[in-house]
Design a protein around this ligand. Structure first.
Ligand code: SF4
Length: 290
């Protein structure tokens, strides 16, 4: 398999074969994101992709494939159809293909086009909401509004594809912490995804958000303030059926919550941790990672 630069994939795709069909992110301007800095975006040619699929065809059974890089759903429909069809033909035991997308990529496709991709094996789309608060989305230069995020989520679900949404604790700073938590909970509820992953903002030197912190424009919440933010977000979430996880390595309080059944239990636990205010109950700083 040929990979260009660092490869990123969602934690739940740890056992998947990563097939790099595009290099970088077509947008690449979110102020907190370092993932594809220095990579100029390009979609790989079908010949390059075909070579990798042919090689993977000799590995044996591969139940899951993840299409990298940052927003591979931007690939034109006919090319994605070609890639998915060839995967289906060559990979034994293939059960699900996953992909990163942003809301704009999703909205460029019709429900029928998304359904066509689903028929060919696209089973899950990972979408970064980061925040449901309009001011936070503007400050972090996200390329979609909350309203576009909701429309994109509804389209994915209408096509029968599983939706996994990521949000970022701390991204509004101390100033917008409450508004960020409440609005994110509300927008997540409207999106009503099958999975939510809450990560804590980790600062990477050289990113615009790191400069905002250095200059004092953005003040990050402390660990207990982040947990309060998580609680407020969860309190504002109303899902049909969702698995909400804050167990990513960046978080101080790892939780795995089946919603709606376990929501009150999780809120009780968060209240207890906040009341005790004991740092030994949190994941130690040295164990946190991107
Ligand atoms: S759209 Fe995603 S991958 Fe691209 S810059 Fe923003 S966060 Fe990074």
């Amino acid at each position: 398999m040929k990979y260009e630069g660092m490869i990123y994939r969602p934690p739940s795709e740890a056992n998947s074969l990563i097939l790099q069909v595009a290099v970088g992110c077509s947008y690449n301007k979110c102020t907190f994101c370092h993932s594809f800095q220095g990579k100029s975006f390009r979609i790989k040619s079908f010949e390059e992709i075909k070579e990798d699929i042919d090689e993977a065809g000799g590995y044996g059974r591969i139940p899951r494939v993840f299409l990298a890089d940052g927003d591979a759903l931007i690939i034109p429909q006919e090319d994605l159809v070609k890639i998915l069809s060839y995967l289906k033909l060559k990979i034994r035991g293939l059960e699900r293909v996953g992909i990163y997308a942003n809301a704009v990529d999703v909205l460029k496709k019709s429900v029928e086009e998304l359904r066509e991709l689903k028929e060919l094996g696209l089973g899950i789309i990972y979408l970064g909401l980061e925040s449901g608060n309009p001011e936070v989305l503007k400050r972090i230069k996200k390329n979609a509004t909350a309203e576009q995020m909701v429309r994109a989520a509804k389209r994915v679900k209408e096509a029968g594809i599983i939706l996994s949404v990521t949000v970022l604790l701390g991204i509004g700073g101390v100033e917008l912490s409450r508004a960020h938590a409440e609005d994110t909970g509300k927008v997540l509820s409207e999106m009503d995804p099958e999975y939510v992953g809450a990560l804590s903002l980790m600062i990477v030197p050289g990113t615009p958000i790191a400069q905002a912190i250095e200059s004092g424009k953005l003040v990050l919440p402390n660990p207990f303030e982040l947990i309060r933010e998580l609680g407020l977000m969860i309190a504002n979430c109303r899902f049909t059926k969702c698995f909400f996880a804050s167990n990513h390595a960046s978080n101080y309080l790892p939780l795995r919550i089946r919603m709606p059944e376990e929501k009150e239990r999780a809120l009780g636990l968060i209240r207890e941790v906040l009341q005790k205010n004991d740092p030994s109950l949190l994941r130690p700083e040295y164990m946190r990672a991107l």
